[in-house]
Structures are given as C-alpha cells and as structure tokens.
Design a protein around this ligand. Structure first.
Ligand code: AKG
Ligand code: FE2
Length: 192
C-alpha cells in the first residue's frame, strides 16, 4: 500500500473457503447491472441496508443485511475500529471481464468505507487535483484482503479500478455521514 493518509489494508481478511462461499452468495443475490442516466454498466450490483438511486440522486432503503453477511460486517467493523451497527450499507459487486469502475469519490451521505476483494487481483488508482494536473497513487487490491478509506483517501482523493480480464467481486460496507444521518432520519422504509 502506498502512503496515502486514510488508506489502510488488512491482508488475509478472508480465508479461501470464505472467499469461495461469499462469491457463491453474491452470485445468488442475482446482481443487476449498474444503471446511470440511461447508461448500463458492465458492473453488477446488489445493495443491502441502503441503496443509492443514481437516477433519483438519493439513497433509498433496501432489504436488510442478510444473516450470512453479518459476521463479515462485524469483522470489517473490528478492522475499522467501528461499532458494527454503524455499517448500515453493504454493496456487493461482480465485475465480469471487461468491467471496472470509473473515477469517483463515494457519495457524501456515506462516511466510512471498508472494501473486501474476492477473485481476480486488481489495482485501485487514486488521483487528487493539484496545480497543473493530478497527483496520483495506486494500491493493490489483493483477493481476500480488505481496505479502509477514511480521511483524505476517502474525501480528497478519487478512486477507480481499470477493467479486468477475469471476474472480480467486492463487498463494500459503509456507515452514514452526518449529512446522511440528517437526511435519512425518519425516512419511510420504502424498499428499493
Ligand atoms: O470494488 C471495489 O472494491 C470498489 C468499489 C467502489 O469504489 C464503490 O462501489 O464505490
Ligand atoms: Fe468507491
């Protein structure tokens, strides 16, 4: 991992049996193509807890986290030194060959971001605007490892993953930010 303030890695967060079982679980949720302004991505996703509706530009309540995810969420919370109940969102992604994720900063309704990698190795690219261009950094996303984005890595740097030749899966847990807590408090539970 490069020295990027707020980026932490945890190698061997999962063992191989857990990785295999989680991949089967993710596939069994029947992940659907990510849609944005009429454009359909090659990235397939399932959300639990909250889901960001990119068409409406706001988060909507999703099905609660299933039991099989809870022990992994608790482990992610221990790694991030957070109360597990704060991790109210889980995003499952399957990147089929040729799929990646473009430059972005995660939505400000969310605060902490903890990601777990399964399948093919990938590289997370980071960039931050500076005078005359971008400052850049990269971090390996090894299978079965976890990473946490907080501080500058979370808020000041954008990240992306280039398209891979072989499938990769990820599980991302997120807590709500103060903005998210304010906006979503008392939100009626209309399922996404
Ligand atoms: O697949 C990953 O590990 C990263 C996903 C990501 O950056 C996101 O969903 O915001
Ligand atoms: Fe992200």
């Amino acid at each position: 991992m490069p020295v990027l303030p707020g980026l932490r890695a945890c190698p061997d967060f999962l063992d191989r049996d857990e990785e295999r079982a989680l991949i089967a679980r993710i596939d069994a949720t029947d992940p659907t193509p990510f849609k944005f302004q009429g454009w359909t991505g090659r990235r397939l996703t399932t959300s639990f807890g909250w889901s960001y509706d990119f068409e409406a530009g706001r988060p909507v309540a999703a099905e609660p986290l299933p039991d099989w995810l809870l022990s992994i969420r608790d482990r992610a919370a221990r790694f991030a030194q957070l109360d597990p109940t704060l991790l109210v969102q889980a995003l499952l992604i399957r990147y089929d060959p040729g799929a990646g994720i473009g430059w972005h900063c995660d939505r400000p309704v969310y605060e902490d971001v903890i990601g777990i990698s399964l399948g093919e190795s990938a590289t997370m690219r980071f960039r931050r605007r500076c005078k005359g261009g971008f400052e850049r950094a990269t971090a390996p996303l090894d299978p079965r490892a976890a990473y946490q984005l907080s501080g500058a890595a979370r808020h000041e740097w954008e990240h992306s993953i280039v398209e891979m030749d072989r499938p990769r899966w990820s599980i991302t847990f997120r807590s709500l930010s103060m903005i998210g807590r304010k906006n979503l408090a008392g939100e009626p539970i209309s399922r996404a």
